[in-house]
Design a protein around this ligand. Structure first.
Ligand SMILES: O=c1ccn([C@@H]2O[C@H](COP(=O)(O)O)[C@@H](O)[C@H]2O)c(=O)[nH]1
Length: 238
């Protein structure tokens, strides 16, 4: 179903505002909890989402030494969430440690392990910034692919990438590798800080499994209407 492929981030400063958004958009089945809400309010929101039978993408983007990433992944896996992120640039040892740790954490908690998804390169980074600020000597598509392949070799189930990299990553990583795309922008919405965007229809046609679409929906004057417009756009390419 189309709307199962749209993940809406709960990028709000507190639990009450998150619940207000959930109440306003009951048609959304897949929600993302990220750094802003988790830092301010902790894991309570995960219980709220589960009590409403929602799917959960816990986007905490771990990036640390292997031992610390493993500990964080064990803890996060105990919540029984569907997807969990780690930065691929934490390196192969950290990614392998994460792969083992989610199994342990989930087993101890008696829940299913989350699918681990690697951040390849934040969608707010442009090619120019990658070269000039981060001093990465690879072209951006090659860098994103290198990160995705390292994650795949380390046992990750998928990657977060911009929709602009999806075609290439899909070709190389295969059909079973999940590609989760933020930076998706309908033509009627603002780019804001996203640098590598495509429209929802273009992202799905390119081969994305999931689209993460936040402010075009959550900051719209009428979020329900924005959601409906995006679902209608995706129905044209089903
Ligand atoms: O590379 C990345 C990784 C994660 N994100 C997250 O996705 C959403 C995008 O929200 P919008 O309001 O649609 O821009 C946000 O929660 C980010 O933390 C990303 O944008 N890029």
């Amino acid at each position: 179903m189309t709307n199962e492929r749209i993940i809406v981030p709960l990028d709000v400063p507190d639990l009450q505002r998150a619940i207000t958004l959930l109440d306003r958009l009951p048609q959304v089945n897949f929600w993302k909890v990220g750094l802003e809400l988790f830092t301010s309010s902790g894991p309570t929101i995960l219980e709220v989402l589960k009590s409403r039978q929602k799917r959960i993408f816990l986007d905490l983007k771990f990036h640390d030494i292997p031992n610390t990433v493993a500990g964080a992944c064990r803890g996060a896996a105990s919540y029984g969430v569907d997807l969990l992120t780690v930065h691929a640039s934490a390196g192969k040892d950290a990614l392998k440690a994460a792969t083992d740790a989610v199994q342990v954490g989930a087993l101890q908690a008696g829940v299913q392990p989350p699918k681990l998804i690697a951040i390849t390169l934040l969608t707010s980074i442009s090619s120019l910034q990658l070269a000039k600020d981060l001093k990465v000597p690879l072209e951006l598509p090659e860098y994103a692919l290198t990160m995705a392949l390292m994650a795949q070799e380390s046992g990750f189930k998928g990657a977060v990438c911009s929709p602009q990299e999806v075609t290439h990553l899909r070709q190389v990583c295969g059909d079973d590798f999940l590609l989760v795309c933020p930076g998706v922008r309908p033509i009627w919405s603002h780019q804001a800080d996203q640098k590598r965007s495509l429209t929802p229809a273009q992202a799905i046609l390119a081969g994305a499994n999931y689209l993460v679409i936040g402010r075009p929906i959550t900051a719209a004057p009428e979020p329900e209407l924005a959601w409906q417009k995006i679902v209608a756009e995706l129905n044209t390419v089903k």
